[in-house]
Design a binder for this molecule. Structure first.
Ligand code: SF4
Length: 451
């Protein structure tokens, strides 16, 4: 076998049937619910413990890789070591499929699974583990992984599980800063996550979304009681940045809790926002290609691009329908913050003057998303990312002067696994500025969220 042959033969779209799928844990609530959904479709899945194997991740990389690449590699190696220990001679690497998505350029996310492949091949006993992947280039098409008759149905159940994961996170961030007893909100969050995971396992495959949402409503209704109404509204902090670092609380050293400790209420950009962005971006790309094909009078390409446009358009319409339905039902009981529409985020880029979605990456989402927060009365913006992350560095270069001009407090928070002793002082100063901004807003009668 040629040196890179295994990148073709052991990395791709492999059937999940009769295999154990190893799932990295990025955004914990969403990932737990996704594993519930996968189980409901009869797939054997293990959600790997995260951040326990960071040393292994660092040991097998050079230090130049993106931080999430090291974390996910460490999670995988740690999990495999544990499986080997648990099963002894019965451990069969060919029974596992490791899941690692990818995206096209311009940054390095598309290379994680290739590097992981090379490292697995270099390790005795792990070379037979294949890597299952999906890519944002085709809106995470699942063909090849699941039976054709399951595809649309699974895709939609998975989307619902992602949105419910976002909602549970927002429930926690909405209640924890105002909880009556310290620790209550987190305990309840865990309880709620277990309940919703069971719902996805039981009803995910049967498309019983109404039943799932009835349970979600009951869960959120109870969360309302955690809030002490005598605690005044706190300054609202909007979080943007690289999706892994901002969603993975171990690697961002629980930044949301740190902001809360210094008197803030935080809303992080959601995971559903990224999925909606992928569908939106592919739809817009297909539209552009359609126009070029029309000009060239290339009928064959015209048909193909129209098909692509229509399928992304249909998916996005469905996603917005479910998103609105879920948030509407939840907001009847608890005023959590909603999700931004992608076209609204794009509008904030001022006709591509600040940045263009055509460049790709999350930078456009983070820049536009931060400005959307500002428009909706937030008091400060935090940009969270892995040290040296390319899109987030662009985002920082653009956001800093813009937010400075409109006088919104802003900080960058970059992480590489080490502890920065001055981070707490930076957050404290930032929160002081956010409080001042909130007071100014309140003096002008522009009040924040009520509870
Ligand atoms: S978004 Fe940042 S961290 Fe992620 S692959 Fe690109 S450069 Fe690396």
């Amino acid at each position: 076998m040629g040196e890179f042959e295994s990148l073709k033969t052991k990395l791709g779209k492999f059937s999940l049937a009769n295999k154990t799928l190893l799932m990295p844990d990025m955004s914990h609530a969403g990932n737990v619910l996704l594993t519930g959904t996968l189980r409901s479709f009869g797939i054997d899945v293990q959600l790997m413990q995260t951040y326990k194997g960071l040393q292994l991740g660092k040991q097998y990389t050079s230090g130049k890789e993106c931080f999430p690449c090291q974390i996910t590699l460490g999670d995988l190696l740690h999990h495999l070591e544990q499986e080997k220990e648990r099963l002894g001679d019965a451990f069969q690497p060919e029974n596992y499929l490791y899941f690692m998505a990818e995206s096209g350029g311009p940054c390095r996310f598309g290379m994680y699974n290739k590097l992981h492949r090379i490292i697995l091949d270099s390790l005795d006993g792990f070379g037979k583990i294949r890597i299952a992947t999906i890519t944002s280039n085709d809106s995470y098409a699942l063909g090849g992984l699941l039976e054709p008759q399951m595809l649309t149905h699974f895709r939609r159940s998975a989307y619902v599980s992602v949105v419910i994961g976002d909602v549970l996170d927002r429930m926690l961030w909405r209640t924890r800063p105002y909880e009556k007893e310290p620790g209550q909100a987190e305990d309840y969050f865990q309880e709620a996550l277990d309940i919703m995971c069971r719902e996805m396992e039981i009803h995910g495959r049967r498309k019983k979304f109404r039943k799932i949402l009835d349970t979600l409503e009951a869960v959120v209704r109870k969360a309302r009681d955690l809030i002490d109404p005598t605690i005044p509204s706190k300054p609202l902090i909007g979080m943007v940045g690289e999706i892994y670092l901002r969603s993975h609380r171990q690697s961002n050293q629980d930044l949301i809790k740190l902001l809360e400790r210094h008197g803030g209420e935080t809303v992080n950009a959601s995971i559903a926002e990224w999925i909606n962005y992928v569908a939106y971006d592919n739809m817009q790309r297909a539209r552009r290609e359609l126009i070029y094909a029309l000009r060239r009078r290339d009928l064959k390409s015209l048909r193909q691009h129209f098909k692509d446009w229509l399928s992304n358009r249909t998916e996005l319409t469905y996603q917005y329908f479910r998103l609105d339905q879920i948030y509407r039902r939840v907001k009847k009981h608890l005023p959590i913050h909603g999700d931004h529409r992608i076209n609204q985020i794009e509008k904030q880029l001022d006709n591509d003057r600040l940045f263009s979605f055509h460049v790709g990456t999350e930078a456009g989402l983070s820049i536009g998303g931060a400005l959307e927060y500002c428009l909706h009365g937030f008091d400060g913006i935090v940009n969270v990312f892995p040290f040296t992350c390319m899109p987030s560095t662009m985002c920082s270069a653009i956001l800093k002067p813009v937010l400075d001009r409109i006088q919104i407090p802003y900080i960058d928070a970059s992480y590489d696994g080490t502890f920065q002793p001055n981070l707490e002082a930076i957050v404290r100063t930032f929160m002081y500025q956010a409080v001042q901004r909130q007071e100014k807003r309140q003096a002008q009668g522009k009040l924040g969220t009520k509870h």
